[in-house]
Each structure stands twice: as structure tokens, then as C-alpha cells.
Write a protein that binds this ligand. Structure first.
Ligand SMILES: Nc1ncnc2c1ncn2[C@@H]1O[C@H](COP(=O)(O)OP(=O)(O)OP(=O)(O)O)[C@@H](O)[C@H]1O
Ligand SMILES: [Mg+2]
Length: 284
């Protein structure tokens, strides 16, 4: 995995910040201390970030952080501002005010390409996959490996197969298969596996399971848990509180564009789900 990264052809890797050992965030969780690691800066931090569209304030003074190897769920009703937050982190919109930090360093992206080059991977429901291309071509799309000026097909096939195996996608018949033949969950695996393989720092998933069956959703959560082991920070946007609690370390609730509450996940999850739902609806 490592050697491939050093041979990327687009030069983006130079900007990718180093990963923490997979064991560090595990230790932190066991110690029961959610949130950014005391050992270093958070993978991602938002400081009083706001976004205005004309008269509409979509996001107001939002602050939260995401540790390395941490899964944070961003919850909230329709229109709460979740997708706008994701789009600011991924460089689609610039914040009107406030600061976004990666590994302690303030960043300002002019577009999503710049965000990607800094290690921000975004997975939307529809994803950035090309259905008529096969699995390995999609996996290396824009980061193709070359050997003496030619595409190194053999290595790309082998590395795709290995990465998908590592993320937990074990029953794919072939990496030569077209992506249009994959299920929604398998497509998620491909995108999540790619973020891990290319050592991205932050993975943003906006409603990754919205169109999936319960069984497929469970599988996607397994990929998320697997990805977390690599030290990547994962921000998961969800509608379903119970599902969110089953996979995340921390929950941030947004309401009317602001952070309404934050919860560490643990203990009686049923009781916690009730509290979270009260925060979402504004009754808390
Ligand atoms: N490009 C835009 N121009 C104007 N207003 C916008 C724009 N994008 C979002 N908004 C407004 O910002 C608010 C937050 O929208 P956003 O899409 O971030 O919510 P959300 O929490 O993702 O909702 P959902 O759960 O329905 O996806 C909404 O009131 C929305 O109408
Ligand atoms: Mg949204």
C-alpha cells in the first residue's frame, strides 16, 4: 500500500498529512475520552464557521472537531445545515466566516480539487464513480499508476483487489467488473477503500446509507469501522439516530444552522438516542 502511494502520478501525495498509528485512537476510545486526541491536533476542526447565502444564514458559528481514527455523526433535521457544512469542508463553498483546520493548520480551499489534494475525501450517495468503467479503473481514477510511461494495469488491479479485501469487501467476483453491476453498498466500499488506500486524512460521508437496505447499511458500517482503523477521521451525515449511534464515537447535532448539542456515544444507547432526538427536534 505504501509503495503505491509514493508513485502516484498526480503529485497530490506531497500534500497529504501523515497518519497516526491505528492503535492510538483505539487506546483513546478505550480510555473513554471521546474527541480529539490530547496527543496532537485534531484531523479536522471547525472554528465558528458560518455560511450565508444572500439573506439566508445556512450555517452559523459551527465549531466541532474530528480526531484521527474517530467517527463523528452529524445529525439534524432537513435543512439544519449538514450538507452545507460538508460542502465547506470539501471545498465546494468557502465559509463566509470562521476557520477550518486540518491537523492544526488553517486551510482555505478555492475548490474541491484543492480539498482533495489536502486529504479530504468526500463520498456522496451518487459518488464520483463512472458506472461503465470497471472497478480498478474507478479505484485509480485520476491517480493512475504508471510504469515507464504506460499504465501499470497489473499493479492497479492487484492493489485494488487488496484494498477492497482489506476494507471488508470479500465477495466481489472481479476487479474487472463494471461498476454499474455493483450494489449501492459495494460502491460505498469502493469509495471508502479508495480514501483509505490513498491515505486521506478526512472522509466525509453525506447520507451514505440513504438508499440502502438494512443489510447493506450494516455492511457499509463495517467498512466505516474498518476504515477507522487506518487513522482516518470520518464524518458521517445521517438521518437515523439509532443507526448513527451504532457506528459513531461522538454525535454532533445541528439545528437551524447551529450546533445544538454534542454527545459522546456510550452507555445506554436507547436512552442516548432519545436525548439525541430531543436535541434534533429542539425539545431538549
Ligand atoms: N446554494 C444554496 N443557496 C441558498 N440556500 C441554500 C443553498 N444551499 C443550502 N441552502 C439553505 O441552507 C439551509 C441548510 O441546507 P443544507 O442542505 O445544508 O441542510 P441539510 O441539513 O443537509 O438538510 P437535509 O437533511 O435535507 O439534506 C437550508 O435552509 C437550505 O435551503
Ligand atoms: Mg443534506
Amino acid at each position: 500500500m505504501e509503495s503505491s502511494a509514493t508513485q502516484r502520478t498526480d503529485g497530490a501525495l506531497t500534500a497529504v498529512v501523515g497518519l497516526r498509528p491505528a492503535s492510538a485512537p483505539e487506546d483513546r476510545r478505550e480510555a473513554g475520552a471521546p474527541g480529539p486526541s490530547e496527543a496532537g491536533p485534531a484531523a479536522l476542526e471547525l472554528r465558528r464557521v458560518s455560511k450565508r447565502f444572500g439573506q439566508v444564514v445556512a450555517v452559523r458559528d459551527v465549531s466541532f472537531s474530528l480526531g484521527h481514527g474517530e467517527v463523528v455523526a452529524l445529525l439534524g433535521d432537513n435543512g439544519a445545515g449538514k450538507s452545507t457544512v460538508v460542502k465547506m469542508i470539501s471545498g465546494v463553498f468557502a465559509p463566509t466566516s470562521g476557520e477550518i483546520r486540518l491537523d492544526g493548520q488553517a486551510v482555505r480551499f478555492r475548490n474541491s480539487k484543492q480539498a482533495r489534494e489536502r486529504g479530504i475525501a468526500t463520498v456522496y450517495q451518487d459518488l464520483a464513480l463512472v458506472p461503465t468503467m470497471n472497478v480498478w479503473r474507478n479505484f485509480f481514477l485520476g491517480s493512475e499508476l504508471r510504469h515507464r510511461g504506460r499504465l501499470d494495469v497489473k499493479r492497479m488491479r492487484a492493489e485494488t483487489a487488496q484494498a477492497l479485501h482489506e476494507i471488508g469487501l470479500r465477495n466481489l467476483s472481479s476487479v474487472d467488473q463494471e461498476v454499474k453491476g455493483l450494489s449501492g453498498g459495494e460502491r460505498q466500499a469502493l469509495s471508502i477503500g479508495r480514501a483509505v488506500h490513498f491515505q486521506q486524512q478526512v472522509l466525509l460521508l453525506d447520507e451514505p446509507t440513504a438508499a440502502l437496505s438494512v443489510k447493506e447499511t450494516e455492511k457499509v458500517f463495517d467498512y466505516v469501522r474498518q476504515a477507522r482503523q487506518s487513522g482516518i477521521g470520518i464524518l458521517l451525515i445521517m438521518h437515523n439516530t439509532v443507526q448513527a449511534l451504532s457506528v459513531s464515537d461522538r454525535v454532533v447535532v445541528m439545528r437551524h444552522g447551529e450546533v445544538a448539542a454534542e454527545f459522546a456515544v456510550g452507555g445506554d444507547l436507547e436512552a442516548l438516542a432519545k436525548q439525541v432526538n430531543l436535541a434534533i427536534s429542539g425539545a431538549a
